[in-house]
Design a protein around this ligand. Sequence first.
Ligand SMILES: C=CC1=C(C)c2cc3[nH]c(cc4nc(cc5[nH]c(cc1n2)c(C)c5CCC(=O)O)C(CCC(=O)O)=C4C)c(C)c3C=C
Ligand SMILES: [Fe+2]
Ligand SMILES: [Fe+2]
Length: 331
Amino acid sequence: MEKKQGLLLVNLGTPSAATPDAIKQYLTEFLLDRHVVDLPKLFWSPILKYLVIPKRVPYIIHHYQKIWINGASPLLHYSQLLCDKLQRHLPNIQCELAMTYGEPDMQSALNKLQSCSKITVLPLFPQYSTTTTLAVLDKLKQIIASDQIIDNICYIRDYADHPSYINALYLQIKQAFEDQGEPEVLVLSYHGIPERYIHKRKEDYIERCEMTTQLLIEKCRANGINRPIQMAYQSKFGKGKWVTPSTSETLQTLAQSGVKNVHVICPGFSVDCIETLYEIDEENRELFFNAGGKTFYYIPALNESDLQMCLIIELINHTQPFTFKNLYSNT
Ligand SMILES: C=CC1=C(C)c2cc3[nH]c(cc4nc(cc5[nH]c(cc1n2)c(C)c5CCC(=O)O)C(CCC(=O)O)=C4C)c(C)c3C=C
Ligand SMILES: [Fe+2]
Ligand SMILES: [Fe+2]
């Protein structure tokens, strides 16, 4: 019998339960990764343990509890639904899900794919970043080096400008406009990063977000959507300077200048999670209303939709993947 091909979807990771211990464990693993926070370990470790975690956990736990779906974090819930749906539609490909931090872990997922003739890794981050995509690739490279399976494994760097991705976002926006009515302004909100990473690393995240925005605007204009579209960055964490404009300031400025009605979409989040369901749809909605806004609609992520499934099938069939042999010349 011919060997199957494998598909490994990788997302960020999320707490295994909406409890203080699980959130503490997740945040500690995530925020100790040098891809995410680049401060010297001897300096950062005690600050994280004794100052950041004790403050962050009691603050964020209520947000997680509010958005929890059927006993799972939305990030895991939607990522698993997507993986299961792909598996149903691709009987000749073995589909597995892994997270960079926490469960399901990458080593176990790769073990399950051991008998595959070829494995394609798709980090579920549409825009490449050293803080997310490179964290996945570096972790994989370590596992692969010890398992000696480098030859049959390849990865898709990102899909910020892929026509199927732009089309899927456009259709999601069109549907929202039909269902909810056209807003005065559409805001595209991407996860931010610390500003210093742009100069310090080989980081083209901002360019990739701008590329998605430009192509999406062109697609909307070509199809008769002419409402103003603005892009912004959300989820600032910590004290340093992050890329601007910030989503919350953008929304408040819009409301203060008389805009009553907005839609917000988060193109950089492949599935809904705390940053979209709580930060955007709860916190930023409230900020917009407090500044004078009247209606606010959050356009859901692609999640396990047919649009997302077709996009991924298109990516694995028609994108030239990279091999791990020359990882560092591509990243
Ligand atoms: C320095 C800290 C952080 C950087 C850099 C960062 C980059 C980054 N993150 C995502 C996607 C997600 N982040 C999520 C949650 C999250 N992110 C940070 C911090 C940084 N992110 C924290 C501390 C958290 C946890 C929640 C909180 O305490 O606010 C999530 C959702 C996880 C979930 O459980 O739902 C996603 C997805 C991207 C795309 C990115 C850089 C491009
Ligand atoms: Fe984040
Ligand atoms: Fe947040």
